[in-house]
Design a protein around this ligand. Structure first.
Ligand SMILES: C[S@@+](CC[C@H](N)C(=O)[O-])C[C@H]1O[C@@H](n2cnc3c(N)ncnc32)[C@H](O)[C@@H]1O
Length: 300
């Protein structure tokens, strides 16, 4: 059962002090152990990263000592969570948020030996091929991962047999026709990167780079999205109104997990082509100019 964030400090604990029930949920027992003030101080997006990380981990096989890339980690709460809960080593990688800030959060969480913050663009990652056992991306892949070329560039960093998982805002069904009226006032052009589980299954599956082992939606995800927004961004009336009107017809949380196939060879990305210029006449019937001759405006 989800307890509304507004029902904070509404029970007395066994010792007689007030229990803060914000962000507790039977659905997410691991996340519920984390202090609500810590969660609120680390907000970096429109979803609770602990809930999404816990849900994603249920569909992945995360074991102690594994090397995990947390791609688009924001304020690194999911990175700390995954390290603490599963004993994995996490490279907490993000573009917008400061790795120095994240290091302070990691230090205070006592996770320095297992969470390594850095700033990097998901489109230019600085890792060695086959380095990671797994990649997780929490409410972030929609910013870059819908590009048809992206999976092959990301999968190179994962060992064959390794896992790539994403959980975040998405659609329960694709919007085939015009935008539904009740979403119009909230919608912006970037939101076309929201997709359904079936979309992700096809997007990844047809590449042959991964076997898609999960692609599904979180039950009542829209309600969790709404509750989170009411707690962290109560002034965002446009999004709250859209979620209330939608009631999970289109909006919710989507998860996808793939395992990198060993039989698919991934090419190194082209980063530079060596210069090799050969002079040739520009116009039919003209001669090649001697090197150093300024170009003839007539092309001869
Ligand atoms: C909605 S926030 C989610 C942050 C965090 N995972 C969470 O759930 O709280 C999206 C994150 O994606 C990251 N992001 C967007 N584009 C990126 C890119 N090209 N490379 C790396 N991270 C990117 C942003 O820096 C941002 O922290």
């Amino acid at each position: 059962m989800w307890l509304s964030p507004h029902s904070a400090t509404d029970q007395l604990g066994q010792e007689g002090f007030e229990v803060d029930n914000r962000f507790t949920s039977d659905r997410f027992p691991r996340s519920s152990a984390y202090h609500p003030e810590w969660v609120l101080a680390g907000v970096s997006g429109g979803a609770n990263p602990l809930w999404l990380a816990e849900w994603l981990a249920e569909a992945m096989d995360l074991r102690p000592g594994m090397r995990v890339l947390d791609l688009g980690c924001g304020r690194a709460m999911s990175s700390i969570f995954l390290h603490r809960e599963f004993g994995v080593q996490v490279w907490a990688t993000d573009l917008w948020f400061s790795p120095s800030e994240n290091l302070q959060r990691v230090r205070d969480a006592g996770a320095c030996d297992g969470v390594f913050p850095l700033r990097a663009d998901a489109r230019a990652l600085p890792f060695a091929a086959d380095f990671f056992d797994a990649v997780v991306s929490i409410d972030s892949l929609i910013y870059y991962g819908t590009d048809d070329m992206y999976l092959s560039s990301l999968a190179r960093f994962v060992k064959p047999g390794g896992q790539i998982g994403s959980a975040g805002a998405g659609l329960m069904q694709e919007i085939g026709g015009p935008l539904p009226d009740h979403l119009r006032s909230w919608w912006t052009p970037e939101l076309w990167s929201l997709h359904s589980p079936e979309w992700w299954r096809r997007h990844w599956g047809r590449t042959g780079i991964v076997d898609v082992v999960a692609a599904d939606a979180l039950s009542d995800g829209w309600q969790l999205w709404l509750d989170w927004h009411r707690a962290v961004a109560p002034d965002n009336a446009v999004e709250i109104t859209a979620l209330e009107a939608d009631r999970g017809r289109y909006l919710g949380y989507v998860r996808a997990v793939g395992r990198r196939r060993a039989d698919m060879r991934l090419e190194e990305p082209i980063v530079s082509i060596p210069p090799q210029y050969t002079r040739r006449p520009l116009i039919r019937g003209s001669a090649v100019a001697e090197p150093g001759t300024p170009p003839d405006p007539a092309g001869i």
